[in-house]
Design a protein around this ligand. Sequence first.
Ligand code: M6R
Length: 612
Amino acid sequence: MCGIVGYNGTMQAAPILLEGLEKLEYRGYDSSGLAIRDGAKDIEIVKAKGRLRVLAEKTDEGMALAGNCGIGHTRWATHGEPSETNAHPHVSEDRNVVGVHNGIIENYQELKEKLQRHDYTFYSETDTEIAIKLIDYYMKKYREGPVDSIARAMTRIRGSYALVVMFKDYPDEIYCARKDSPLIVGVTEDASFAASDVPAILKYTRNVYYIGNQQIARLGKGTAEFFDIDREAVEIEPSEIKWDAEAAEKGGFEHFMIKEIHEQPAAVRDTIGSLVQDGKIVYGESGLTDEIIRNTSEILIVACGSAYHVGLAAQYVFEGLARIPVRVELASEFRYRNPILNQNDLVVVISQSGETADSLAALRLAKESGIRTLGIINVVGSSIAREADHVFYTLAGPEIAVATTKAYSAQLIVAYALAIQYAYVRGQIDEDRYTAMIAEIQTLPAKMERVLDDKERIQWFAAKYSNAKDMFFIGRGIDYAISMEGSLKMKEISYVHSEAYAAGELKHGTISLVENGTLVVGVCTQNRLFEKTRSNMVEVKSRGAYLMGLTSYGNYSIEDTADFTVYVPKTDEYFMTSLAIIPLQLLGYYLSVARGLNVDKPRNLAKSVTVE
Ligand code: M6R
């Protein structure tokens, strides 16, 4: 996720772009850049590492760059660490094409090799530079104009992109193209704008054009024309934005958390896109190899909070599929326990921020003991990402709400992919099962969207029980791991005392806490364990509990026991966490809203815990 702004008009472009980028900083903030042109003069490019403020200061709030046409970008790194070199805009060697990009180009390696065969060289680690040079390549090869060259590049690029591009020989125009990444266009009497999101241009216009998937736009000074990938002109009707500026920043949602809950299918889709190519799991730039996988004797997953809960779910998947022993450890405990580590162990550290102090210390402890480490990280260039021997990135984009949702979901995907790969390479599953499981993972984003469609029922339930004082989440196996995360969501944003219990443990103590009206959520997504957990639900019901059941479609007999039931689509049971967690995130969210709490910034909590 990155933020893009383009301006072509009669005013000075740089201050307008900086102001627009500031409104998009929630989309990325590790580096930024501007490309400004003054008529036919050469395009000036300025980039800076760090927050947007650094770029603003470097350009004297934009006053140092003269010109009334330009593009700007604020970056959230996916390919290549945050640096001035990797910051956008990117440019072809002769500065014929200059552009900014948001999205992930999946076949960047293949495209890079193609361009290298035609003597292109590369200065950055980004997939964006490849896209820009591909457009340049087609422009020179076919001697056609911008729309044709962009369209040709689009037919070769796989993945998602929002591209905003300027061409040396077309000084009064900006070009845009998009597929599966947001990009809007706004037009006033004498100017046109492009942006990743509405807040960037709301000051200038409320009438926006949503560029369709695989469409191209040509922006003049106060004009916009649209084309499809076959280069045919298309008509797009403008839409009026009715949100105020604050709502616009959250895409019309009331809070970042609910926005991020809705971004989960996209985060999962992007993460799958980075891990799966031609139906196979790829190691990418992680440096992991089949040999390392074959030689691993034990996996230790070390993390904190929700990332630890990903580890708990992953343990079932790894052990079940790959038949390799897995230990899951709280990083804050692991580092002080003098843990027993063996030479062929693999220590997997999961972290959204990549900066959590305990997780970082655990990673260092493993490294000092000479143990191989692997990070599953959301922030490119963060400390854990830099120090781990191998890194797989989650492509969730920046997460603003303190309660994690989309990063958690993206972490699960990396864990599934690694477990499947371990199982396959170690001969525990055959090629058919391997292919089928990868195909099933790819169905998850659509299934997650179906779960989200049912959110009103959970909103109603949460409003009804907003006065709850104690809550229990129970489940067995993977359902226990789901319960742990559901319970944490409830505690951290709704301040409801809540506990997750392995359903079979209830009668060893906890059941004495259940009394009339106690809210209990029974998670039953695993067929083998369904009847067992259901009997535990009956036990708490007979002691007065009010029961919410969470299971998959088809298991309708749960209604004989539960007072309120939520169903999620069926998937391979190893991947159920990805679907079943969404109703529990929604439950925590709506309960917090109903109690009038600060959902995005709950008391006493920070997004990144960089102290012990
Ligand atoms: O950045 P990390 O993933 O390392 O953070 C770990 C935990 O602090 C984090 O998951 C925390 O539990 C969240 N607030 C949960 O929503």
